[in-house]
Design a protein around this ligand. Structure first.
Ligand code: FAD
Length: 505
């Protein structure tokens, strides 16, 4: 089973998050199309195709026009994702009048994305906002046809893949648990059995689609774990509450909008336009990019952001997640990345950036940050480019001359990759114990570290009282999974291991 999961992770890792959501939506719609051909489904196959086409065309044009009008960097896939989500939740139409209303829904969604914003960041899930406007105005209620027993198994499978990719199971389970408990309580008030309520809620409601595809939209979700859980609980509460006041009722789309308001209130509310300042080649494959901002940038060392670079992109799209490699305290952000072989169009464009060229950053997120308790003994395990969040933490400690008990195991495949001598040297002066490990190449006579893999023995030997430390692992997915297992086998408790998965490598 482990081998199978590793294989699955490797496949999920090779596609970007936006692409994966896109494939999931296309698969759902193709399944619905086939069902509507052979079954007595809720709508005809023709209506589904017409609705999808209208939404795709309207969202494409509105997205292009509004991006130009508002001078925003638009994501290559997100307009299409919105169009397909709307296809899954609005009632498919075939009349000219009905398709006109569908087109209006597409327009509302795109307008919500570009015009209902705060400091360039959109506040509401665009599809949910469009559905709320259509429902409250009584133009076209969202029917959420995607939540039906015929599509249950496929929704469950696809939802699992999304959650596995983004590792947000706890958010989904929190949402589902709150929503199911409330449904059971309300059901008992109506003398309904628990089994019937749960079966209906899971099979015949949009709980899976909403919780896996829509609730996890990164831009409108809180940045940190505990606020994400509150957000999920709020969406679950409203979703199952069956409350209504006049024409406003607690529909799934309304539940999401209420959650978005919470997220907006409790998360960093900005998207910044940065200007390219400097490129440094640190090794044959490792590059550092520095970007400057006109506004102050607030973040915790170890956090990451979403970077959007306007360019004619390849299939991997124009958005990437990068950890911030520099310390807070000035108006600059540094990204360190590996560029080798046939690089993506995103990275090729990064290499061609000229002074003052723009890049957008937003969605500051992550709990991979130093604990507030300064006496905690910490072990950092960095796999290759996974060093970046640690660089930010160490730079921050250096700038404040703060001492912490830290052992850093830094795994590199080639000696040239060990290229942060300045920061690591300064950190060592503050008492940070750095253990370099060369994993692939044969060491030269100058290599002063270990060779081979990081083993349980090496951890036990290098860290006194290793079972009582807090471990941070950062790097490519396979490495993080392997070393988390290794630490657990060495007696470290799962809750003392914090991970940052660098998907995409
Ligand atoms: C929380 C988090 C933090 C992260 N922080 C960092 C960070 O600090 N630094 C960092 O470098 N990365 C970081 N990443 C990973 C980053 O988001 C990218 O996924 C990664 O850098 C790969 O970039 P790329 O897609 O541009 O592909 P590349 O690096 O260009 O290539 C990666 C692989 O994809 C293949 N490939 C490239 N283009 C294509 C294509 N068009 N079609 C098919 N295959 C292709 C390449 O041959 C190569 O095998 C982070 C990820 C997460 C989730």
């Amino acid at each position: 089973l482990k081998k199978l999961i590793n294989k699955l992770d490797a496949i999920l890792n090779s596609v970007t998050m936006y692409k994966q959501v896109l494939y999931v939506l296309i698969t759902t719609l193709v399944a619905a199309f086939i069902l509507s051909l052979f079954h007595d489904f809720f709508f005809s196959a023709g209506a589904l195709v017409l609705t999808a086409l209208v939404l795709i065309i309207v969202c494409f044009i509105a997205n292009k026009a509004l991006a130009v009008l508002t001078d925003a960097d638009s994501n290559t896939e997100s307009w299409l994702i919105t169009a397909l989500i709307l296809t899954c939740i609005l009632s498919p139409q075939s009349s000219v009048h009905g398709l006109g209303l569908i087109a209006l829904g597409g327009l509302f969604a795109m307008a919500g994305k570009y015009l209902v914003t705060y400091r360039h960041r959109h506040i509401f899930n665009p599809a949910a906002l469009a559905a709320v406007i259509l429902s409250v105005s009584k133009l076209l209620p969202a029917v959420w046809w995607v939540g039906n027993p015929h599509l249950f198994v496929i929704s469950l499978l696809l939802g699992f893949l999304v959650l596995r990719k983004i590792r947000r199971f706890e958010i989904f389970f929190c949402f589902a648990a709150v929503s199911l408990i409330l449904s059971i309580i309300i059901g008992m008030g109506h003398h309904l059995g628990v089994g019937v309520v749960v079966k209906t809620a899971i099979e015949s409601s949009p709980i899976i689609f909403l919780g896996t595809i829509m609730m996890t939209e990164p831009m409108t979700m809180p940045a940190e774990r505990y606020t994400q859980l509150i957000y999920a609980a709020i969406v679950g509460l409203v979703f199952s509450s069956q409350l209504s006041a006049g024409s406003v009722s607690a529909t799934p789309e309304m539940a999401l909008i209420v959650g978005n308001i919470f997220a907006f209130a409790f998360s960093p509310k900005y998207k910044l336009k940065l200007h390219f300042k400097e490129l440094k080649k640190l090794s044959p494959d490792i590059y550092s990019f520095t970007f400057a901002s006109d506004e102050p940038i607030h973040f915790k060392p170890g956090q990451y952001m979403e970077w959007t670079l306007s360019h004619k992109s390849d299939l991997r799209g124009n958005r990437r997640t990068f950890s911030i490699a520099s310390a807070p305290g000035n108006n600059e952000l540094e990204v360190v990345t590996k560029i080798m072989g046939k690089a993506s169009s995103f990275k090729q464009t990064m290499l061609e950036l000229k002074k003052q060229d723009g890049i957008s950053v937003g969605r500051l997120s992550g709990d991979f940050t130093l604990p507030s308790d300064k006496s905690k003994r910490l072990v950092f395990i960095a796999g290759g480019i996974g060093i970046t969040p640690f660089l930010s933490m160490l730079e921050d400690l250096i700038s404040r001359q703060e001492r912490r008990d830290i052992t850093l195991f830094y795994l590199v495949s080639g000696e040239a990759d060990y290229c942060f001598n300045e920061t690591l040297g300064e950190a060592a002066k503050l008492g940070v114990k750095v253990v370099p490990i060369l994993t692939r190449d044969k060491p030269s006579s100058q290599w002063i570290g270990q060779t081979g893999r990081l083993t349980a023995e090496l951890v036990e030997k290098g860290v006194t009282g290793h079972k009582d430390c807090t471990y941070y692992i950062s790097g490519p997915n396979a490495l993080v999974v392997a070393y988390k297992d290794l630490l657990k086998q060495a007696g470290v408790k799962g809750r003392s291991i914090i991970t940052d998965y660098f998907s995409g490598y």
